[in-house]
Design a protein around this ligand. Structure first.
Ligand code: P53
Length: 479
């Protein structure tokens, strides 16, 4: 067992997926408040105008906004050392471009962080987790307008100043690399779709606008890192990517070259800008091929260089294959992902389970970046059944987590500096991809259904006590 004494065990969440209270205490509406619920076979629809005929899962979510004290107490009982939350940008600046922050929003997170610290839990704060204030989307078309960089930096410095003695660990943009694909345009960049109601995967794509907006996000992130380090030199500020590890489906060299291309565009591009502070060499050719020219203002090169991150964090759920031949079976239908791997089992939502891929990925990332790593999302979305005696026997989740923790152990043993592990959705919450409640990740069950019915009562699952023991034994007792 090789976990260091100060290894940060914990869980991860995002404001829009658990807080609810979407328009309380001065909060403005954010992008996700405009997203209807969906399912594996039914895409979530985005509505430019919120329409009372539809159900929007973020509006109530699991009501963490009012129940955070009891929930954090449960995290404390499990022995969490760290809790990943996001600040809902629109609680602090309801419109995004407001001159002064909303004191009620600031006070809420003050109390939330105090509750964490009470149990010895370090908060890990994501500044932007698919939660841009909708006014910025409507009025500026999100980050495609360079002025939005200033609004973001104003927000980031406001919260970093306010919480400088309570929060040490920060992440700038959640899964920033989704913006390298068309469906990330709305979530990550705040680019408004052409139709007023549209599904995320059906959006018309304008690559020039999308990659220019991503450039603005890089600059915004770099400026937040620079300013954050001035506010408190002890801050540890990381980037956050959706790690997509690909394997060639066969030894056909064409498959390998495809893996290299996809890895470069999807993972290495954003990682390199964040960690190395410059665009990697291969992007020039890609931009030429897709007809994109990025406008750099003269200060951008310096900002990107100065605003590099202290650590690299990522979500890891599954891996996929790449095949140069068409007509292969896909792992998640046509949603995203890639070609099915015949050696792996998949979750009920088609996410292929690959613990050894995590070891490979940790080794790969440390080899490329030589900075500390953190796994800030990993877990199994599954249907849980409440037994007649009220218990929830989620052995499948324990198996999933155990096998991934064993591979983190192996990576650390091999010399990879891994700072921590925050299991995704430590309490059941709204799925980002499908908007469902029934895709559950938690150690804590929340009584709520896909259509919003339920008592919101919390119940410990079998995995609750299991994880408690994992933390207490610092990863040595995994049975
Ligand atoms: P859900 C897709 C693929 C990988 C990660 O996802 C993803 C997504 C978006 O669905 O997002 C991250 O809830 C994201 C979280 C999200 C989590 O993965 O679709 O950062 O907000 O909930 C799990 O099962």
């Amino acid at each position: 067992m090789s976990f260091p004494k100060d290894f940060l065990w914990g869980g991860a969440t995002a404001a829009n997926q658990l807080e609810g209270a979407w328009n309380e205490d001065g909060k403005g509406d954010s992008i996700c408040d405009h997203m209807r619920g969906g399912s594996l076979t039914k895409q979530r629809v985005f509505d430019a105008e919120i329409n009372d005929d539809y159900y929007y899962p973020s509006h109530e979510a699991i009501d963490f906004y009012h129940r955070y004290r009891e929930d954090i107490q449960l995290f404390g009982e499990m022995g969490f050392k760290i809790l990943r939350v996001s600040i809902a940008w629109s609680r602090i600046f309801p419109n995004g471009d407001d001159a002064t922050p909303n004191e009620k929003g600031l006070a809420y997170y003050d109390d939330l962080f105090d509750e964490c610290l009470k149990y010895g839990i370090e908060p890990l704060v994501t500044l932007s987790h698919f939660e841009m204030p909708f006014h910025l989307v409507k009025t500026y078309n999100g980050f495609s307008d360079r002025r939005v960089i200033d609004f973001f930096v104003h927000y980031a410095t406001t919260v970093m100043n306010r919480y400088k003695d309570k929060v040490k660990y920060w992440l700038t943009f959640n899964e920033i690399n989704f913006a390298t694909m068309p469906f990330g345009a709305l979530n990550v960049l705040g680019i408004l779709p052409e139709q007023s109601s549209t599904d995320l995967f059906g959006m018309a794509d304008r690559p020039q606008e999308r990659f220019q907006a991503l450039h603005h996000v890089f600059v915004a992130s770099a400026r937040a890192v620079i300013e954050g380090h001035k506010i408190n030199p002890d801050f540890q500020i990381g980037c956050m990517l959706a790690q997509m590890t690909f394997y060639p489906l066969t030894p056909n060299p064409d498959d390998l070259l495809l893996v290299q291309d996809w890895t470069n565009i999807f993972d290495n591009f954003c990682g390199d800008v964040h960690v190395k502070g410059e665009y990697p060499w291969f992007m020039a050719d890609y931009f030429k091929k897709i007809g994109v020219e990025i406008v750099f203002e003269k200060e951008d090169v310096t900002l990107l260089k100065q605003g590099t991150v202290d650590f690299y964090s990522f979500s890891y759920y599954s891996t996929n294959c790449a095949s140069a031949e068409g007509g292969k079976e896909m792992s998640m239908g046509n949603l995203m992902g890639g070609v099915k791997n015949p050696y792996l089992e998949a979750s009920d939502w088609g996410w292929q389970i690959d613990p050894k891929g995590l070891l490979y990925t940790l080794n790969y990332l440390y080899d490329r970046y030589q900075v500390p790593l953190m796994v800030v999302e990993n877990g199994l979305g599954a249907v849980d059944v409440v037994e007649e005696d009220g218990s929830i026997q989620d052995d499948y989740r324990i198996d999933y987590l155990r096998s991934h923790i064993q591979m983190m152990d192996a990576a650390i043993e091999g010399g990879v500096p891994l700072l921590g592990y925050t299991m995704w959705g430590c309490i059941d919450l709204i799925s980002a991809g499908t908007g469902e409640m029934k895709k559950r990740y938690g150690f804590i069950y929340v009584d709520k259904d896909n259509d919003g019915t339920g008592t919101l009562e919390r119940k410990k699952k079998k995995s609750f006590d299991w994880y408690k023991q994992v933390i207490a034994s610092n990863g040595s007792c995994l049975e």
